[in-house]
Design a protein around this ligand. Structure first.
Ligand SMILES: Nc1ncnc2c1ncn2[C@@H]1O[C@H](COP(=O)(O)OP(=O)(O)OP(=O)(O)O)[C@@H](O)[C@H]1O
Length: 382
């Protein structure tokens, strides 16, 4: 039976405040789907609406095609996992896992058998008789998932379940969670403000801002082809160049940045720009390269401001003075030309680029096909 979750024009208001604004999408059965957005964008509100703790002000939630209006949380095929796990400290791990079955009146032997199966599933086969306090944070998180699965939900709703764990454990738990989801084949709906979590685990991601869903796509598409200025600036590092359109040829757009650079990019969504229109150009730091000697588009005269070393990567801040072959040469020491911000370039630390000294002059470039041109819009706050 299909367990698609459909949000049909769901709007949720608290008084005059719109927490979720016209969410309209379908989460497919068996999908690992994440809602990603900054604090306060409406993620938890939306999840509470799917779980039945909250009714939409407008629109409908359908699960498996069935309208969930008036269907309470305990009658929906969902289970919710929070950041604060609330495992029972005095019970053993196995008793914790089997708790939902005990409530339903399942006998001791059947409960024990199911707990053993679920402990296998979460790759902790030998901890059934331990107390919760004897487990690490990551182990407890997995036990919480096993406990939720014992109730045999079709859809697991996860509300920032990893945010209380330290960084290393969080990263480890990403692959654990993904592996568990693949093993059980259930729909996972995951909410997070952590883009790394959303991008690594999900089949698809919905990026939210101020109650609105800005983009729903596979992780790579969200990163490589952001559809709005908010998504481009929220997901991953990027350079933002405020600019004015000077010309267009199909999806190729020529622009003058506010710092006076002439650059070329591509029109996201094949938008037809007019000359004089205000827009923003987004280029990832890893797409900025030291230019080869051959002529080409987007050759910018730059001067090194600083270099930061981060193990596998080097992050270089650049002042950019002018387009090589166009106006200006290397910028004056200390100059800035990209929307008042240095241009950021990230290079892999593989020895191919010698260390860069502050004030060194160089020419950098980026391919027009990786420079996303979007209409001027609100950016994510840094
Ligand atoms: N019961 C409520 N009454 C009034 N306002 C609420 C209520 N619940 C949430 N809000 C408001 O709705 C907005 C969205 O809140 P929500 O908790 O869904 O955000 P979130 O994206 O999950 O944030 P966080 O990541 O911080 O949990 C916020 O402005 C919040 O203050």
């Amino acid at each position: 039976m299909s367990r698609d979750v459909t949000l049909e024009h769901v709007t949720i208001r608290f008084g005059s405040h719109t927490a979720v604004d016209d969410a309209h999408l379908t989460i497919r059965s068996g999908e690992f789907f994440s809602f990603l957005g900054p604090s306060g964008c409406g993620k938890t509100t939306l999840l509470r609406c799917v779980s039945g703790f909250l009714e939409p002000t407008e629109g409908r939630v359908l699960i498996g095609g069935e309208d969930m209006r008036g269907v309470g949380p305990n009658r929906r095929p969902t289970a919710l996992i929070f950041q604060n796990l609330a495992l029972f400290p005095l019970m053993s791990v196995a008793e914790n896992i089997a708790f939902a079955l005990e409530v339903r009146g399942v006998g001791r032997q059947a409960r024990r058998k199911r707990a053993v199966e679920l402990l296998e599933l979460i790759a902790l086969p030998h901890v059934g008789d331990k107390k919760v306090y004897e487990l690490s944070g990551g182990q407890r998180q997995r036990v919480a998932i096993a406990r939720a699965l014992a109730a045999e939900p079709q859809i697991l709703l996860l509300d920032e379940p990893l945010s209380a764990l330290d960084l290393k454990l969080r990263q480890h738990m990403r692959s654990e969670l993904r592996a568990i989801q693949r093993r059980v084949g259930l729909t996972f709906i995951y909410i997070t403000h952590d883009q790394g979590e959303a991008l690594t685990m999900s089949d698809r991601v919905a990026v939210m801002s101020e109650g609105r869903i800005e983009q729903v796509d596979e992780p790579l598409a969200v990163y490589d082809h952001p559809k709005t200025s908010f998504v481009a600036s929220f997901v991953g590092e990027t350079n933002v160049l405020p600019a004015t359109v000077t010309g267009r040829d199909g999806t190729d757009v020529t622009l003058q940045t506010d710092g006076g650079l002439i650059v070329q990019g591509f029109a996201v969504g094949r938008r037809q720009y007019r000359a004089g229109e205000r827009c923003q150009v987004f280029v990832r730091p890893e797409q900025i390269k030291v230019a080869p000697p051959e002529p080409g588009p987007n050759r910018l005269a730059a001067r090194v401001l600083a270099e930061e070393f981060e193990g596998n990567l080097r992050h270089v801040s650049l002042a950019v003075g002018g387009s090589v072959g166009g106006s200006g040469g290397a910028p004056a020491v200390g100059a800035l030309a990209v929307g008042g911000q240095p241009l950021r370039m990230s290079v892999v630390n593989d020895g191919s680029l010698p260390p860069l000294q502050p004030d060194a002059a160089l020419t950098v470039t980026f391919d027009p096909s990786v420079a996303s041109v979007l209409p001027e819009g609100p950016l994510a706050r840094a």
